[in-house]
Design a binder for this molecule. Structure first.
Ligand SMILES: Nc1ncnc2c1ncn2[C@@H]1O[C@H](COP(=O)(O)OP(=O)(O)O)[C@@H](O)[C@H]1O
Ligand SMILES: [Mg+2]
Length: 204
């Protein structure tokens, strides 16, 4: 197996820590992966893209085990991102750095047993603001790849909003597993149509 092939196949399973996050969808996938590792049962993702306010606001909230103050200090410290010096990766500090570089801001709150909430904003028209990326793929991948957890995804623009809730999908599916290939196709279409219609998005 060639090195390149290994690299790409790794990327589809879970993001290698050295990969630069090129778009918001990949940031979301990466950040929510932390929530899953923290045994979250419900992850709430909120993305508000506003031309009027010239911002993109991203909030990711989970009910996982949270982290200690000591860990919290380390994950947000931009000067200790070298992985040789600490046993944590780069996902959170990379999001913080990307948001701040794009005229935005970053904040995180967490506590043991209290879950975690991450808030990142970007200036919409800033040159360094990453594109949205394949947000539908991210939401579908999260839902079908983690059948035990649930996900709420709210996509908001100045035109309107759409909220996806995997719990409602599972209710309708009854005994059909959420990772069933027909469900995957259905979910993609459902998300695409609803976001396009409700949020005035041209094409996703
Ligand atoms: N949602 C979360 N809940 C609990 N702990 C978290 C969460 N997100 C991050 N952490 C802790 O912070 C560490 C750093 O996260 P991150 O920057 O994404 O790097 P990595 O995931 O590669 O370790 C994680 O290893 C984990 O211990
Ligand atoms: Mg991570």
């Amino acid at each position: 197996m060639s090195y390149m092939f290994q690299f790409f196949s790794l990327k589809t399973i879970h993001l290698p820590k050295f990969a630069a996050m090129k778009n918001l969808a990949l940031h979301i996938l990466d950040i929510v992966h932390n929530s899953i590792r923290a045994e979250a049962t419900l992850v709430d993702i909120y993305l508000y893209q506003s031309q009027k306010k010239n911002t993109i606001e991203l909030v990711i909230k989970d009910d996982g085990k949270g982290m200690s103050q000591e860990m919290l200090d380390r994950v947000t410290d931009p000067y200790t991102t070298s992985r040789r010096e600490r046993k944590v990766g780069l996902g959170i500090s990379l999001l913080k750095q990307n948001a701040e570089q794009a005229g935005g801001s970053f904040s995180i709150s967490s506590g043991e047993g209290r879950g975690t909430m991450i808030n990142a904003t970007f200036q919409l028209d800033h040159l360094d603001t990453p594109p949205l990326g394949d947000i539908i793929d991210t939401i579908v991948t999260l839902t079908t790849g983690n059948p035990k957890a649930d996900f709420i995804y709210s996509h908001i623009t100045d035109q309107g909003e759409y909220t996806y809730d995997s719990r409602k999908v599972k209710e309708v599916l009854e005994d059909v597993p959420i990772y069933d290939s027909q469900v995957v196709t259905f979910l993609r279409e459902m998300l695409r149509e609803n976001i396009e219609e409700n949020c005035g998005v041209e094409s996703l």
